[in-house]
Design a protein around this ligand. Structure first.
Ligand SMILES: Cc1cc2nc3c(=O)[nH]c(=O)nc-3n(C[C@H](O)[C@H](O)[C@H](O)COP(=O)(O)O)c2cc1C
Length: 374
C-alpha cells in the first residue's frame, strides 16, 4: 500500500510544486530589492497559499553555505528537516519534502527523524535523497566528495537500504558494508501507517537516473529542452520497467516569470537576470556545478549563464499566461508528471500564476478544476 492520501499520488494528472523557498534568493541570483527573503514568516505565508489552492508540494534545498557575490546567494537557509516539520504543523493538505544529504545524515538518525515527521504529517511528508555534488560543503564537514559518481550513488543505495531496514524490521538488526557498520540498529516509531513516504532523487547523471529508477517514486531532473526531456523520460521509465519491474514518475524543475503580456515578462526577466544579476554568485555556482555535477552538459553550461541568474539554470517559463500554460502543456506531453517552480518573489508573483495559469491548465485537462482561495 502507498500513502494514497499524499498529494504526490493524488488525482491531478500534472502535479505542481514550489522549490527552494527556504533559501535566501530562492533560485534567482539577483540583487533586485524584491528578491526572496527566506524568513520563517514568509515561508509560513507561502505555505498557507499553497495549502489553500491545492498545489501539491513544496521542496526545500539543503544548503550549508552561500555562493558569495553581493547577496551571498542562498547564504541563509532554513534547515530542511526542522523547516518541513514546522510547515507540516501549519498546513493541512500540502506535501512537504525534507532533503537528506546521504553523506551528512547517518541513516539511523534520518530514519528516526522521518518516522517522527510522518506522525506530525499524517501522510503528507516526502523524502528527497541527495547524493552530493557541492564540494565546499563536504570540506565544511571535513569529508571528501568522491570523484566517482558510482561511489556517490552506491553510498546512496546503502543509505536508503539501511533506512528501509530500520523502518521495516521489528527487532534490532546488524548491518555491515563499505559505508556503514551497525550493531543492533533499530527505529521506533515506524513510518506513518507502516508505509514508506514518497521518495524522490534529484540527479541527472546516468548513475543518478539509475539509482532513482531502482529506488525512488520520483526522479527530479534538469531539462535543457523539450525534445531531449522527452527522450530522457522514455529512457528512465524503460530502465525502471525493464531492470527493476517498477514505474517511476519523472519531474523537472522550472523558474517562472509570468506577466500579463509577453513583453512585460521579458522586460522583467532582463531587469533581474541581466541588468541586476549577482554575477560573481552566478559564476561561483556555475563553476561548482560544472566541476562536480552532471546536471548540465559541460560544453553547454556557459551558454546558460542568464538562465543561471534567472533561476539556477533550470528550464525557464517566461511569458504571458497563455504562453506559460502552453509551455507547461508541452512539458506534460513530453511525459513529465509534474514540475517544481520558483519565482523571484514567491509571495508577490504566485497569486497571478494561480489566477491566470492554473485555470488554463484545468481547461487543458492537466489539473482537475477546484475552487481556490488565495
Ligand atoms: C529538484 C532538485 C533538487 C535538489 N536538491 C538538492 C539539495 O537540496 N541539496 C543539494 O546539495 N543538492 C540538491 N540537488 C542536486 C542533486 O541532488 C544532485 O547532486 C545534482 O543534481 C548532481 O547530480 P548528478 O551529477 O548525479 O546529476 C537537487 C537537484 C534538483 C534537480
Amino acid at each position: 500500500m502507498r500513502q494514497t492520501e499524499n498529494g504526490m499520488f493524488g488525482e491531478n494528472p500534472f502535479k505542481l510544486g514550489i522549490f527552494s523557498p527556504n533559501c535566501s534568493g530562492g533560485m534567482a541570483i539577483t540583487t533586485v530589492p524584491e528578491r526572496w527573503d527566506a524568513s520563517w514568516g514568509n515561508n509560513v505565508k507561502l505555505a498557507a497559499v499553497l495549502d489553500n489552492v491545492g498545489i501539491e508540494f513544496v521542496l526545500p534545498i539543503a544548503r550549508w553555505a552561500g555562493y558569495g557575490g553581493s547577496t551571498d546567494f542562498q547564504g541563509s537557509s532554513l534547515e530542511t528537516v526542522t523547516w518541513a516539520t514546522g510547515i507540516l504543523a501549519k498546513t493541512k493538505t500540502l506535501t512537504v519534502f525534507a532533503t537528506a544529504q546521504t553523506a551528512f545524515f547517518h541513516p539511523l538518525v534520518a530514519a528516526k527523524q522521518f518516522a517522527t515527521i510522518g506522525e506530525i504529517a499524517d501522510g503528507r511528508f516526502g523524502l528527497n535523497v541527495v547524493c552530493g555534488w557541492n564540494q565546499p560543503e563536504y570540506e565544511m564537514f571535513g569529508l571528501k566528495l568522491s570523484d566517482s559518481h558510482d561511489e556517490r550513488y552506491a553510498l546512496g543505495s546503502s543509505w536508503l537500504n539501511v533506512m528501509k531496514k530500520a523502518w521495516s524490521k521489528d527487532g534490532p538488526f546488524d548491518w555491515k558494508d563499505s559505508f556503514f557498520n551497525i550493531k543492533n540498529g533499530q527505529c521506533s516509531p515506524k513510518p506513518f501507517l507502516n508505509d514508506l513516504p514518497p521518495i524522490m532523487n534529484a540527479g541527472s547523471s546516468a548513475q543518478g537516473q539509475s539509482f532513482a529508477a531502482q529506488n525512488c517514486d520520483f526522479l527530479f531532473t534538469v531539462m535543457l529542452d523539450i525534445p531531449s526531456g522527452s527522450e530522457m523520460v522514455k529512457n528512465i521509465q524503460a530502465i525502471s520497467k525493464r531492470e527493476y519491474q517498477r514505474m517511476i514518475d519523472v519531474f523537472t524543475t522550472t523558474y517562472v516569470v509570468c506577466r500579463p503580456t509577453m513583453s512585460e515578462a521579458l522586460e522583467y526577466h532582463h531587469h533581474y537576470a541581466v541588468d541586476h544579476a549577482d554575477w560573481p554568485a552566478v559564476d561561483k555556482l556555475m563553476e561548482l556545478m560544472g566541476m562536480h555535477a552532471h546536471s548540465f552538459p559541460r560544453d553547454q553550461i556557459a551558454s546558460l549563464r542568464t538562465h543561471f541568474a534567472g533561476g539556477h539554470g533550470v528550464y525557464p517559463l517566461i511569458g504571458d499566461p497563455d504562453t506559460v500554460a502552453d509551455e507547461i502543456e508541452r512539458i506534460a506531453m513530453a511525459g513529465f508528471g509534474g514540475i517544481s517552480m520558483s519565482f523571484v518573489n514567491y509571495l508577490k508573483e504566485l497569486p497571478f500564476f494561480i489566477q491566470e495559469v492554473i485555470p488554463r491548465l484545468e481547461n487543458k485537462g492537466l489539473r482537475i478544476p477546484t475552487k481556490r482561495q488565495i
